[in-house]
Design a protein around this ligand. Structure first.
Ligand SMILES: NC(=O)c1ccc[n+]([C@@H]2O[C@H](COP(=O)([O-])OP(=O)(O)OC[C@H]3O[C@@H](n4cnc5c(N)ncnc54)[C@H](O)[C@@H]3O)[C@@H](O)[C@H]2O)c1
Length: 321
């Protein structure tokens, strides 16, 4: 049987165009299986701080039960206490998301204590840069462990339950750095590009399998969180020094202008209930992504993008994006 041609008006996600359109049932916003969140279970990693904590607050407000994971016990427990005082049902687990066994145990304990799982937010991550010719294996592992392996494990341990019950949604936190290549952020860019393609492929495969399981990939610019203090997890870099204090002062200045994580969490909530895939928080991100693709199409070499791109909403200082 010949497959009918696919037109743009059919609402086909560009990601799916290369796959066999005969086998793909397009999920529209109206079909999103997670329109009603009340009483369902959300598993959120990196929930002790920043975007993860904001998502925990937002989904608690939507009436969800929460299974929160983080490697930092004290702030995780403080967050859980605060959420419980607000009336939420919350369980916590101290987890290093880059550890396969700990993630298996996290999924098992979520199902056991809360009776299921519907929304999975693979969000834990760290910041990290470096030059290819200077970085050590430890530098690479520090970033790829949580940022990429953490998401891989989260998808591996939870998605099978969503597929089995044919209901649910996965949110993977990438970054604007998953859509363009920002100079100086090599391991971070690699991890986030990995999360974007992981999410796009997961989405296409779920569609192809006719499963009512949604996927979103979150690609923020600068958000006011603890991301720039990720070296607290590396003892050798966490020591106090004048350079560290100067760097911190600069970061604090940057962060003061950054988007609130609560705004990001609202966008994630809306994407889940509407079944929307790409969550671009900062205006200008689309143009930056488009400019990258345009260079590929035009046969040009890559542009130079500095980290200020995150604040400037996609536009490089010299307009060189
Ligand atoms: N803040 C930004 O500007 C920004 C921009 C784009 C993407 N992001 C992404 O957002 C996500 C959340 O970061 P954030 O900005 O809220 O930073 P954050 O530091 O405030 O929160 C990250 C949380 O993840 C936890 N975490 C780190 N490594 C972990 C591990 N191995 N196992 C378990 N938990 C771990 C930390 O303890 C922390 O509580 C990250 O994936 C980050 O890359 C942030």
């Amino acid at each position: 049987m010949r497959c009918p041609p696919v037109r743009a008006s059919d609402g086909v996600n560009p990601v799916l165009k290369a796959a066999n359109p005969c086998q793909i049932r397009i999920r529209t916003k109206a079909e999103a299986s997670m329109k009603e969140l009340q009483g369902k279970v959300a598993a959120i990693t990196g929930a002790a701080s920043g975007i993860g904590l904001a998502m925990a607050k937002r989904f608690a407000r939507a009436g969800m039960k929460l299974s929160l994971a983080d490697r930092e016990e004290k702030p995780l427990e403080a967050a859980a206490t605060w959420l419980r005082e607000g009336g939420a049902e919350v369980v916590t687990r101290v987890v290093d998301v880059s550890d396969a066994d700990q993630m298996d145990a996290y999924a098992a304990s979520t199902l056991e204590t809360l009776g299921g799982v519907h929304l999975v937010c693979n969000n834990a991550g760290v910041g990290g840069g470096g030059l290819a010719w200077e970085m050590t294996t430890a530098d690479w592992e520090f970033v790829l462990g949580p940022n990429l392996w953490g998401v891989i494990h989260g998808v591996r341990v939870f998605t099978k339950h969503l597929v089995e019950q044919n209901e649910g949604h996965v949110v993977n936190t990438a970054s604007m750095a998953g859509l363009v290549s920002v100079q100086g952020l090599l391991p971070y860019n690699v991890s986030k590009h990995g999360v974007v393609t992981l999410s796009e492929t997961l989405y296409a495969d779920l569609q192809n399998a006719n499963k009512d399981v949604g996927v979103s990939v979150l690609c923020p610019g600068f958000v006011n969180t603890q991301i720039a203090n990720a070296d607290r997890f590396r003892a050798e870099q966490a020591e106090d020094s004048p350079e560290r204090r100067a760097r911190q002062a600069m970061i604090d200045q940057f962060m003061a202008q950054a988007m609130s994580p609560d705004v990001v969490a609202d966008m994630v909530h809306d994407a889940v209930v509407e079944g929307r895939f790409y969550v671009l928080t900062h205006s200008g991100t689309e143009q930056a992504a488009l400019a990258r693709v345009q260079r590929i199409v035009d046969g040009q070499n890559p542009g130079r993008l500095d980290a200020g791109l995150f604040l400037r909403g996609g536009r490089n200082r010299a307009g060189d994006n």
